[in-house]
Design a protein around this ligand. Structure first.
Ligand code: SAM
Length: 260
């Protein structure tokens, strides 16, 4: 295990405003490490970058050479002189020593993109994170974009599934899985995200989740979702509270202990 990556996840990443929490950051780590260990090639793409919390996690795990396509409207706090959101994203990269590859950033509405817009920048994608617009039409469009650019062995991570605030995300994922008639299978579900791959790779990704030492602190519960067996990773409330307390009291450096 790379202790520095854990320090990055539990400390440095928490300084970026955003939405990936340690459990999913550890799942990203396990999956990217598995892909590297079995030689799965391809790039990374993310719809919904915000200020870069997951983007910098990808960058830190995958290294400087990895192509990461970053797609966002970047209009959350537009100022008259330009997008503050975009400037903060780039500045966060500078501060963390993980510069943004600005030539691979697509500023705009993901639902207007074509698969070729992504492949032209990155070829086939091995890890596609979908965390942009959260209404049904966004999820349908983003999912097709991901499926059309995904390497055979690639995975799609959907954010905010089963979140009552955004019910249409779950509908969109379910619609996609049913429309694809078993071509894709869910292999992991966390409190916030659902992880999907093509059927032939389900066993490998499931085994990677089961074998990851970094995920051993979580409960692994088998569940079924639209015909696939998925591992639901449970993070007990007590642990989440201890973690939040440590972060809020400025002791994020110790926060990983809550997950041991
Ligand atoms: C929840 S935030 C993403 C959080 C981010 N993944 C992280 O790790 O912190 C959602 C982002 O999606 C972007 N977004 C919303 N609708 C979009 C669209 N149609 N196309 C592109 N980006 C969109 C927003 O600008 C916002 O930055």
């Amino acid at each position: 295990m790379d202790a520095n990556i854990l320090k990055f996840i539990f400390h440095d990443l928490q300084t970026i405003e955003g939405y990936i929490d340690p459990p999913d950051a550890l799942v990203f780590l396990a999956l990217l490490q598995y892909q590297a260990s079995v030689g799965f090639e391809g790039t990374v793409a993310e719809i919904g970058v915000y200020y870069g919390r997951s983007y910098f996690l990808f960058r830190r795990i995958c290294g400087d050479q990895e192509r990461i396509v970053a797609i966002d409207l970047f209009d959350i706090d537009s100022a008259s002189k330009g997008s503050e959101q975009y400037l903060k994203f780039v500045e966060n990269g500078r501060r963390l020593g993980l510069p943004v590859q600005e030539n691979l950033v697509i500023k705009g509405d993901s639902t207007l993109l074509k698969a070729a817009d992504i492949s032209a920048k990155a070829g086939l994608v091995r890890f596609f994170s979908i965390d942009g617009g959260h209404m049904l039409h966004h999820v349908i469009s983003d999912t097709h974009l991901a499926a059309d650019t995904l390497a055979d062995h690639g995975i799609i991570a959907f954010d905010d599934t089963f979140n009552p605030t955004w019910p249409e995300v779950t509908v969109g994922v379910g619609d996609f899985l049913r429309e694809q008639e078993g071509a894709y299978a869910v292999f992991c579900i966390t409190k916030y995200k659902t992880y999907v791959c093509r059927q032939a790779f389900h066993a490998g990704y499931s085994a990677a989740i089961a074998a990851s030492a970094d995920l051993s602190a979580f409960g692994h519960v088998e569940t079924e979702f639209l015909g696939s067996k998925a591992t639901r990773l449970e993070n007990p409330m007590r642990r989440r509270l201890v973690h939040q307390l440590l972060v809020r009291s400025g002791m994020s450096i110790f926060a990983e202990r809550a997950y041991r």
